[in-house]
Design a protein around this ligand. Structure first.
Ligand code: NAP
Length: 248
């Protein structure tokens, strides 16, 4: 029996990067996959085809996770198509890095809306379904910088720290109905998000990581499989670091 057989997962921001690998790993474990991204493009179509070829039901939706209205419509559309949502992965995220001196209010608002408000939007929209089912697991993508901060990322770090507070609160609110809520705090993972970092900074980070390598999207997705499955049935309100020991 596969770990997620018969479950439906909704994953935001999944056409590429960590979200994409989570979608593939979940499908490997038998889950049907609804996933979102800002636009319905070739990347979305390709993932849809790849997931379907693995024998599960799959559909990509164009939806802006930072908009409550768009999230409400997304959840309604997914429920109409899949009938249930058992796993929600709030993965969509962006960076707009700058020192505070140069950070604009627009860059602050954008990062807070896409990274943090999105988590509120989607969680609020799926909560009724999960409460009624008396079953559900919510996984929020935080970051190690949400725990220890990072110069040049005050907006991003604040959004990721906010996710942790939200995760712990929702775990307490929904736990009595068997709905769990946990966060993953990845360290330095190889995706388009980190590809834009200067090579010298990357080399320094890798040197500081006890495992002496950059993380892969699979490293994060494997923990997302654990948190979505019954293997983590008594894990609630936790933040799991996936950072090669960068933060201990
Ligand atoms: P990525 O490669 O940049 O992918 C981010 C995804 O989010 C893209 O598919 C993007 O869509 C989507 N997205 C952006 N804005 C959106 C919105 N408003 N609504 C819906 N989808 C939206 O990033 P990643 O590295 O895989 O990161 C995934 C998550 O892990 C993020 O929350 C990130 O903060 C977190 N994380 C990453 C690292 C790392 O080292 N990579 C470390 C810690 C935490 P488009 O393709 O349309 O832009």
């Amino acid at each position: 029996m596969k770990l997620l057989e018969g479950k439906t997962a909704l994953i935001t921001g999944a056409s590429r990067g960590i979200g994409r690998t989570i979608a593939l790993k979940y499908a490997e474990q038998g889950a049907n996959i609804a996933f979102s991204d800002l636009i319905y493009d070739d990347k979305m179509i390709l993932l849809e085809v790849e997931l379907k070829s693995m024998g599960v039901k799959a559909r990509g939706y164009a939806s802006d996770a930072s908009s409550f209205e768009s999230s409400e419509k997304l959840v309604a559309d997914v429920l109409a198509e899949f009938q249930s949502i058992d796993i929600l992965v709030n993965n969509a995220g962006i960076t707009r890095d700058n020192l505070l001196l140069r950070m604009t209010p627009q860059d602050w608002d954008l990062v807070m809306n896409v990274n943090l408000k999105s988590v509120f939007n989607l969680t609020k929209c799926v909560q009724k379904t999960m409460l009624k089912q008396r079953n559900g697991t919510i996984i929020n993508m935080s970051s190690v910088v949400g725990i220890e901060g990072n110069a040049g990322q005050s907006n991003y770090s604040a959004s990721k720290a906010g996710i942790i507070g939200f995760t712990k609160s929702i775990a307490q609110e929904l736990g009595s109905r068997n709905v769990r809520c946990n966060a993953i705090a990845p360290g330095f993972i190889e995706t388009e998000m980190t590809a834009k970092l200067p090579e010298d900074i990357k080399a320094k980070w890798i040197d500081d990581i006890p495992l002496k390598r950059i993380g892969t999207t699979e490293d994060v997705a494997n923990v997302a499989v654990f948190l979505a499955s019954h293997l983590s049935s008594y894990v609630n309100g936790q933040v799991i670091n996936v950072c090669g020991g960068m933060q201990t």
